[in-house]
Design a protein around this ligand. Structure first.
Ligand SMILES: Cc1cc2nc3c(=O)[nH]c(=O)nc-3n(C[C@H](O)[C@H](O)[C@H](O)COP(=O)(O)OP(=O)(O)OC[C@H]3O[C@@H](n4cnc5c(N)ncnc54)[C@H](O)[C@@H]3O)c2cc1C
Length: 463
């Protein structure tokens, strides 16, 4: 079958590329999506609510991009967050902007975003084919040829690779585009999971080390012998230890965290953190995950330290703890309580109740029995524990449940003003297949939409 512009991948970037390529261009545009429905990953974004963009201006926005942000500048200005909002609103989907300039559909239903995108693509005149898994890409004279699993093939003047990264492969993103880009001479920056759960040492029961992987060769970190380096990858389904069970489900609000690599602090953040069946997650866990995963992969030692009382001076905190402890011991209501119960009452005044079992399991020696009845509280050690609760990191949850793939096709080899390959004329790449990744907050989807639209528009203009 012949078409003018062939787009492989019907996710965020591919759908937007399809819209950009077909709107008003008169070009024949075909999108091939391997899953039965397009935009499967969009459906699970923002916990199903789809934080589709972030309204920060470029200066703020770019500070959340973890790769060469300048590369994205032309795509951002060509289609900024305000236009993404206008795009959805003009098609009947009201949107809301919440804390941190994060934008969502007002319905808080990701499916509404997918439906709106799909309709926009079809109304613009593009053909959107699902259940079409491209198995190979080649060149026949001047044309690109893509062949699907069922032997159907398409010949096109222009090819847009919008196959995404490796994260959440159940949504269809299995890194297929990397090999095609490499075959056209592109360099792959090593990929690794980002915005993922970090597993503290002792959080999971020891599990046999995995020796094989379903990842295609070349797409995960390799050791010096070229073998898959999986020792840091801890599957989310691995069973929790007693400590993991005590902490799992707990959330900490307004805490400080710092990440030390090989003993030196490399990142400090403030905010909220969750302990889940994966390990340390939530906004803070995700913010630290990129640097932490990278450090582990590079053979470093990573440790996260949690400060439950950020901004409070150690001396002040010690005085406060001492005063509270005295009050509890003198309080008639606690006269019948043993030392451990009194200690729990004290901890209840210093941290959320739910975290106390995990905290006391972690620091068993803070309360000592001295003499017949008296329980001695080591206030200095308690203050140290409250302000720097150390979590040496044993590993991380891999692509199967990470939010974004770091690494990918080297952006130095792509024209930032068109998204065309510098190495192969007529080839365009957009979205997460590129070496672009950002923090949580709507930046990744906006990147996919902006690069996708630019790739589609540029491909159409070049015909
Ligand atoms: C759980 C989760 C939550 C997230 N939440 C947010 C959020 O709230 N805000 C945000 O900004 N970002 C979020 N992200 C990240 C964001 O979803 C991605 O960065 C974005 O979807 C990338 O878009 P893409 O088009 O490059 O890739 P994808 O959306 O992954 O699309 C790639 C498409 O290509 C198709 N494909 C792959 N190979 C082939 C092939 N061989 N033949 C045909 N089709 C193929 C796939 O099936 C897929 O549909 C989240 C990600 C996850 C996993």
């Amino acid at each position: 079958m012949d078409t003018d512009i062939l787009i492989i991948g019907g996710g965020a970037s591919g759908l937007m590329a399809g819209f950009g390529a077909s709107r008003g261009s008169g070009a024949r545009v075909t999108i091939l999506e391997k899953m039965p429905r397009p935009g499967r990953k969009i459906m699970i974004t923002g916990k199903g609510r789809c934080n589709f963009t972030n309204l920060k201006d470029w200066n703020d926005f770019q500070s959340h991009i973890r790769t060469k942000s300048n590369f994205l500048r032309p795509a951002f200005y060509n289609f900024p967050p305000s236009e993404m909002i206008a795009f959805l609103q003009a098609r009947g989907l009201p949107t809301v902007v919440e804390r941190g300039e994060r934008a969502f559909p007002e319905s808080h239903r990701a499916s509404d975003v997918v439906d709106t995108l799909k309709k926009a693509v079809i109304d613009a005149g593009a053909e959107l084919l699902t259940d079409c898994e491209v198995k190979s890409v080649s060149i026949d004279g001047e044309k690109f040829v893509a062949t699907c699993g069922d032997a159907r093939s398409w010949r096109a003047e222009r090819l847009v690779i919008a196959t995404g990264g490796l994260s959440y492969p159940v949504t269809g993103s299995t890194g297929d585009g990397y090999a095609w880009a490499q075959a056209f001479g592109h360099t792959l920056k090593p990929t690794f999971p980002s915005l993922t759960a970090l597993v503290p040492a002792g959080y999971k029961l020891p599990a046999p080390r995995r020796t094989d992987t379903s990842l295609p060769k070349g797409f995960d970190h390799r050791d010096s012998a070229g073998e898959p380096e999986l020792k840091w990858h801890i599957d989310r389904t691995e069973a929790l230890s007693a400590l993991g069970k005590a902490l799992c489900g707990c959330s900490l609000k307004n805490v400080g965290v710092s990440l030390a690599v090989n003993g030196s602090t490399v990142q400090e953040e403030f905010g909220d953190l969750d302990f889940t069946d994966g390990g340390i997650e939530g906004p803070l866990g995700f913010e630290l995950s990129r640097a932490c995963v990278k450090a582990l992969i590079n053979g470093g030692k990573a440790e996260i330290s949690v400060d439950l009382k950020p901004g409070v001076d150690h001396g002040e905190l010690a005085a406060r703890v001492s005063k509270l402890w005295d009050e509890i011991r003198k309080d008639q209501r606690s006269a019948k309580l043993g030392g451990k119960e009194r200690f729990r009452v004290l901890l209840g005044k210093l941290m959320p109740w739910e975290i106390i079992p995990g905290f006391t399991a972690f620091f068993p020696g803070l309360l000592e029995r001295r003499g017949k009845n008296e329980a001695y509280l080591d206030i200095k050690s308690l203050v140290d524990a409250l302000t720097s609760w150390p979590f040496p990191i044993a590993g991380y949850v891999g692509y199967e449940r990470c939010v974004v793939t770091a690494g990918g096709v080297d952006t130095d080899e792509i024209f930032p003003k068109t998204m065309e390959s510098r190495l192969k004329k007529g080839l365009y790449l957009c979205g997460e297949v590129l070496d672009v990744d950002s923090d949580t907050g709507g930046y990744n989807l906006q990147t996919a939409f902006s690069t996708g639209l630019l790739a589609g528009q540029s491909a159409a203009k070049s015909l």
